[in-house]
Design a protein around this ligand. Structure first.
Ligand SMILES: [Zn+2]
Length: 300
């Protein structure tokens, strides 16, 4: 029994597996308890026509996919049950039940929900998105900000909005993106457009032209922690495959395994707390220097 607990806080069913499925599998194999606070139900996700009608609602489909990933990889889910906001600027961001709307109008409530989860789960290590939410999705940005605030408030004995006893996690990370790989993809997109004689705007990519690929690259932050996941690429694919309605992690699994074993055998994280002394890799384990205490029993 290691008593190590890792908490991921992201926005949608799939962010966990697509974003860090290999790292989840590695830590589960190491005996770490891994939890996922999933802020929304993902009900604005686009569903392929062939999958429509399999479940009464998109929400149920997305949550069934999340359960599949949790069972496959071995993590535990905590749902905050906000509605998915859809992309920035879309009509759906005005839905009062969606996360972005809630974050705009009552951010303290969103933060309180995350504090509650932290005090209950008592993770030593927390991982969330970077400040740009990876690719600028409003739900990603909202939950990143709420988590960053909750990290400090969870341990603050004067924060009384949650009745559970204070608990201070020891480390806070952002998931990083592989800059080299994304630049390679940008060049592939440019080349494809050139061959097809089609215009290509790197600030408007993706199925709905709503991803600013240059901003994604510009917002990548330094990596301080590089985790070796070479033995867990297949487990990563299995977790991602559960989210079939969202492409099953197609972007990475489309590359041959031998190439991924070489180019994607490590996952990088940006350490926010404790603050790094320099913008360089100084550890290879999210739990380096962590004091792993057993979980305190909470009175129900
Ligand atoms: Zn997402």
């Amino acid at each position: 029994m290691t008593h190590k607990r890792l908490l991921m806080v992201f926005a949608h069913p799939d962010d966990e597996s697509f974003g860090m499925g290999g790292t989840i599998a590695k830590y589960i194999a190491d005996g770490v308890e891994v939890y996922y606070v999933c802020a929304t139900d993902g009900d604005r996700g686009t569903i392929p026509e062939a999958m429509q009608g399999q479940y009464p609602t998109i929400r149920e489909l997305r949550l069934a996919e999340l359960d599949c990933a949790a069972q496959t990889l071995g993590f535990k889910n905590v749902l905050l049950n906000y509605k998915d906001s859809g992309m920035m600027g879309s009509e759906t961001t005005h839905d009062p039940d969606c996360l972005w709307y809630q974050w705009q109008h009552t951010p303290e409530d969103v933060t309180r929900r995350v504090v509650e989860a932290i005090r209950e789960i008592q993770p030593q290590v927390i991982v969330t998105f970077n400040k740009y939410g990876g690719y600028g999705h409003p739900d990603h940005i909202a939950i990143q900000r709420a988590t960053t605030e909750a990290f400090d408030l969870a341990g603050d004995k004067n924060y009384l909005q949650v009745s559970l006893p204070p608990y201070q996690p020891q480390k806070l990370y952002y998931t990083s993106l592989p800059a080299r790989f994304l630049k390679l993809m940008l060049n592939i997109f440019r080349f494809q457009a050139l061959v097809r004689r089609k215009p290509f705007d790197p600030r408007r990519v993706g199925t709905n032209n709503d991803i600013d690929f240059l901003a994604v690259i510009e917002n990548i932050e330094p990596i301080h922690t590089l985790v070796d996941i070479r033995d867990y690429l297949e487990a990563w694919d299995a977790g991602s495959a559960c989210h079939a309605s969202q492409g099953g992690g197609g972007m990475t699994s489309r590359f041959p395994m031998w190439l991924r074993q070489r180019l994607m055998n490590k996952q990088g994280f940006t350490r926010v707390y404790p603050a790094p002394s320099a913008a360089k890799i100084d550890e290879h384990d999210l739990f380096a220097h962590v004091n792993a205490e057993p979980k305190r029993e909470l009175a129900v």
